[in-house]
Design a binder for this molecule. Structure first.
Ligand SMILES: Nc1ncnc2c1ncn2[C@@H]1O[C@H](COP(=O)(O)OP(=O)(O)O)[C@@H](O)[C@H]1O
Ligand SMILES: [Mg+2]
Length: 302
């Protein structure tokens, strides 16, 4: 099937404070088919958000191409780019800062229609609220009245307002409680099915992406180290890094904290031994002892 969104040998570097340049995205090729959900998973700092921004056209690669519907985004006229922007939408992790606190929820949701000069009415905005499981009566209220999960629903409502073809969701449930995470994942999955949306779902957590993705691409130090259908990749992860990501450490509720910590240490040593962790100081597990820092490490490794 023809790719809807595609990265071709994309490189993005950043200045690394007098030490040359950091290759945040290091020669990645990736494609998203219409209607498909591709998960991009990897530890914190491996370049997922950078790649997400490049795919959205918010940022330009140093090298390589981003193609939307076969068209190189760097070569689009400003009119065509505007048209493309309405078909590509992003959902961020931080829904709290995604809305102007002085705007009502109704005005916030009407904004994409205004920007793209599309017709809308109060009723169509209320319908949009209801589509994401929020009451239409929120129309005249302010974002501060919403819980974290409700705000993420609002974020999703704004992203689907113009019936896009692709959604890039960057850690959309990472800031939410586990029970709320499941509701938001179900909502995203239902919307994708109903609207035939393609989505790139970015996460550091394999346990989350397995619930939503058709395919998984595992990212490590700016590159894709493994890619495949979700079920087959999880059943037989080929790469040591993916194997380490998919150990039961992601279900701490079923294990004691000390056992989980031991498993994290063992995984860390394994990764060091096979050369997949090179002097990452924030991962020095032996220095960690409190439950709090264990959780931080779990997130870093996951
Ligand atoms: N604007 C920027 N300027 C400099 N370095 C950046 C910038 N954005 C990201 N980086 C660096 O690029 C690497 C990848 O970051 P990011 O894409 O945010 O990773 P992830 O989303 O996987 O946590 C990190 O080392 C980060 O510090
Ligand atoms: Mg990120």
């Amino acid at each position: 099937m023809t790719a809807l969104l595609e990265a071709k040998d994309v490189v993005r570097t950043y200045a690394a404070g007098g030490k040359g340049r950091l290759r945040a995205v290091d020669g990645i090729s990736l494609s998203l088919a219409p209607g498909e959900t591709l998960a991009l998973v990897g530890e914190s700092g491996c370049g997922k958000s950078t790649l997400g921004r490049l795919l959205m056209g918010f940022d330009r690669p140093d090298r390589g191409q981003i193609l939307f519907d076969g068209q190189d985004m760097a070569r689009l006229s400003s009119r065509a780019l505007r048209q493309t922007r309405s078909q590509l939408q992003m959902v961020f992790q931080d829904s709290a800062s995604a809305f102007n606190p002085r705007w009502t929820i109704g005005s916030a949701l009407a904004e994409p229609f205004r920007i793209h000069k599309r017709p809308f009415s109060r009723q169509s905005v209320e319908d949009l609220l209801e589509r994401v499981g929020l009451s239409g009566s929120f129309y005249d209220r302010y974002p501060a009245a919403l819980s974290g999960g409700q705000r993420q629903r609002l974020n999703i409502a704004r992203a689907i307002a113009l019936s896009p073809r692709v959604i890039v969701a960057d850690e959309p449930v990472s800031a939410l409680d586990v029970s709320v995470q499941a509701q938001i994942i179900n909502l995203l999955r239902d919307l994708q099915t109903d609207m035939g949306l393609a989505s790139l779902f970015i996460s550091h957590d394999l346990a989350v992406v397995r619930q939503i993705s058709d395919r998984i691409a595992v990212m490590y130090l700016g590159g894709i180290v493994e890619e495949g259908e979700t079920l087959s990749l999880l059943a037989a992860p080929a790469h040591p890094y993916t194997r380490a990501l998919s150990t039961p450490c992601h279900s701490p509720g079923k294990l004691s904290v000390s056992l989980c910590r031991e498993m994290c240490r063992a995984r860390f040593r394994l990764l060091q031994a096979v050369g997949f962790i090179r002097g990452a100081p924030e991962l020095s597990l032996d220095a960690q002892s409190s439950d709090q820092s264990w959780r931080k490490n779990r997130v870093n490794i996951a």
